[in-house]
Design a protein around this ligand. Structure first.
Ligand code: SAM
Length: 250
């Protein structure tokens, strides 16, 4: 998969060199390019923003630097054999970024990210590229960050760990919170490792029972409890028929 990020803070994307994403890059599973938007400014001050039409506080990112940058990045990508780009625009007014959307993005060959600063990018930029490719306007939560770079890191990590071969154990994300299947819409329950006793706290006996059916049911019940406590909105979307079927199989 190819990823391009256009930003006025390229250094903000340094974490893409470490951990899971860094290793995926080193193994050639991810091809990442970070570009400085100011390379596509032509005035002495490298201006990327201007006052908003209609008045109001804050500044708006200008059409020309973004248009020139995206044209150039897309042309370069095509030259190096990439196809099927999609534009990802982080914005608090976008659709919520979910595991389902992470799966959808992980199936695309090439993502181009346009993280903004100030009050966002002149709307005509999104409208223009939406005529050429899928555009995903995504929000990583109901709060407002100072810029979209942190959202790019979030989306990239969620997507990268779904790519074939990136996680050491391909099964690792099967039981994750929000993973598709019978446990969809359930948060993952608590997890434990050795030693079996720590500061007087034992791990639940069932985990030492070796009984796969009982362990699976315990995990499901803990997931339900945690979901009910932390995300009651998700419980309503649970597939209780899938639970009943699983119980009969145990
Ligand atoms: N005035 C904008 C609004 O209320 O929608 C907020 C602009 S914010 C200060 C600057 C940039 O940070 C946004 O254009 C976007 O790129 C990024 N950003 C802020 N919060 C975000 C969120 N929850 N999800 C994704 N991107 C976000």
């Amino acid at each position: 998969m190819r990823l391009d990020v256009v930003t006025i803070f390229p250094e903000y994307l340094e974490p893409l060199n470490v951990s899971l994403v860094g290793k995926a890059r080193a193994r050639g599973q991810l091809n990442v390019h970070v570009h400085d938007l100011r390379e596509w400014t032509y005035d002495r001050h490298n201006t990327v923003d201007d006052t908003p039409y209609g008045g109001g506080p804050g500044m708006v990112m200008k059409t020309d630097p973004w248009g020139d940058a995206l044209d150039s990045v897309l042309a370069d990508g095509y030259d190096t054999g990439s196809h099927g780009p999609a534009l990802v625009v982080p914005t608090p007014s976008g659709r919520p970024f979910t595991q389902e959307l992470a799966v959808e993005l992980s199936e695309r060959p090439w993502l181009v990210f346009a993280p903004a600063r100030y009050e966002g990018i002149d709307r005509r930029v999104v409208d223009e590229y939406a005529t050429r490719m899928p555009v995903y306007e995504v929000s990583i939560g109901d709060y407002v960050l100072a810029g979209g770079e942190a959202a790019v890191l979030v989306v990239t990590e969620a997507v990268a760990r779904l790519l074939p071969g990136v996680l050491g154990n391909a099964e690792s994300h099967r039981d994750d919170s929000f993973a598709p299947g019978a446990m969809a819409n359930l948060l993952e329950g608590p997890v434990y490792t050795k030693p079996p006793e720590w500061r007087g706290r034992d791990i639940p006996d069932v985990l030492l029972s070796g009984h796969h059916g009982r362990i699976a049911r315990w995990r499901r019940d803990e997931a339900l409890k945690r979901t009910a406590a932390n995300r009651p909105d998700l419980i309503e979307r649970c597939d209780s028929a899938a639970f009943d079927k699983k119980d009969r199989e145990m």
